[in-house]
Design a protein around this ligand. Structure first.
Ligand code: BT5
Length: 324
């Protein structure tokens, strides 16, 4: 199956954008015309665009944008982040692999990137939809020398880095919804999942999972996401090279992370607030223990959300889903 696919792609590569007849393909592959049609459909599923015209045959009009370790590595402007890249076509979840690599002692800055996740995860075991060749599904391994309660700050740092990178690459202006969503025109384009391995007073590793919808069309999303999710393509009408976006994210993240390790959270906090959506607004925070309604006052120096209820009492929210 895989061999046939390779041969077929070779045939189209040699044709260099020209038509190849079905007859020709079936002879070269040694299979029936019906089987050829089936292989062509498989290519379409993978993101190739092909024209089919009677008596002319087939030709490729668009090759999917693919990521590989090489493409991310070439021209990467970081010292630590992304200097080791674990790349795979298809995985359960890049988080799972990164946890294992962390446990095995891999260095800070190691990243795991996949073209597709079969069971991509959100918080609280929610699903993260991660279709092939369209988005960025990546986990970044950090080993900050910090006490465990500081780990959530890294989610906020990652959010700022991603917003800055998207601004630079696309000229769009996304916003952050506390704690881990990045939105464009009110729709979610990025989700961040920060997990850690720690001892009582020391972080061993933090794994920042980043999911970005880049080149999806609306119909790529399952129906239940179509009203709440979007992609950079949908919002701008343009496709983007994902490897390039990854490079810029890693560069921004490394810079902010170093700044954070040297000077603490305060400088980042100010940046974060400048991108935040909910500050000063009436919101509902749904936590595991119940819902609290109030005005979002900002975040503390530790990145905890401050919510003032109608009686003027301030609630400190460590983890919640926010409705605006
Ligand atoms: C998140 O969770 O937003 C964190 C998502 C992190 C994904 C990355 S991808 C690389 C790494 N490997 C993984 O397995 N995960 C990380 P949460 O705030 O719980 O939001 C989850 C909710 O977002 C779901 O319940 C859906 O409603 C919605 N959702 C799912 N897939 C989406 C998508 N592709 N785009 C926008 N929204 C989505």
């Amino acid at each position: 199956q895989n061999e046939t696919r390779k041969k077929l792609l070779m045939i189209f590569t040699e044709a260099n954008g020209d038509w190849v007849s079905g007859q020709n393909i079936s002879e070269k592959l040694g299979c029936s015309r019906t089987a050829v049609w089936k292989h062509i459909e498989d290519l379409r599923q993978e993101g190739y665009e092909l024209e089919a015209v009677r008596r002319k045959g087939y030709r490729i009009t668009k090759v999917p944008d693919k990521i590989s370790g090489n493409e991310i590595g070439l021209g990467l402007q970081t010292e630590r982040l992304g200097r080791f890249i674990h790349f795979e076509e298809s995985v359960d979840s890049t988080q799972k692999i990164a946890h294992k690599l962390a446990y095995d002692g891999m260095k800070e800055g190691t990243i795991v990137v996949a073209e597709e996740q079969i069971s991509g995860r959100g918080r609280l075991d929610r699903k993260w939809h991660s279709p092939k060749y369209t988005g960025i599904w990546m986990s970044v391994l950090l080993r900050p020398n910090l006490p465990p309660p500081k780990a959530p700050q890294l989610t906020l740092i990652a959010a700022v880095a991603i917003v800055q990178a998207i601004e630079e690459v696309t000229r769009l202006q996304p916003n952050i919804k506390w704690p881990n969503d990045i939105l464009l025109n009110g729709k979610k384009i990025v989700g961040i999942l920060t997990e850690m391995q720690a001892e009582a007073d020391k972080i061993n590793s933090v794994i920042i999972g980043i999911g970005i919808n880049v080149n999806q069309q609306l119909e790529h999303f399952p129906e239940e996401l179509q009203t709440i999710a979007s992609s950079l393509l949908i919002e701008s009408g343009k496709t983007y090279t994902r490897a390039k976006l990854i490079q810029v994210i890693l560069a921004k993240l490394e810079k902010l992370y170093d700044q954070y390790l040297q000077h603490g959270f305060l400088p980042i906090k100010l940046l974060w607030e400048s991108y935040a959506l909910s500050i000063g607004k009436q919101i509902v925070a749904r936590t595991i223990t119940g819902s609290i309604k109030g005005v979002a006052k900002g975040i503390t120096d530790d990145g905890v959300l401050m919510l003032e209820d109608k009686d003027g009492k301030t609630h400190y929210i460590h983890s919640a889903d926010i409705e605006m």
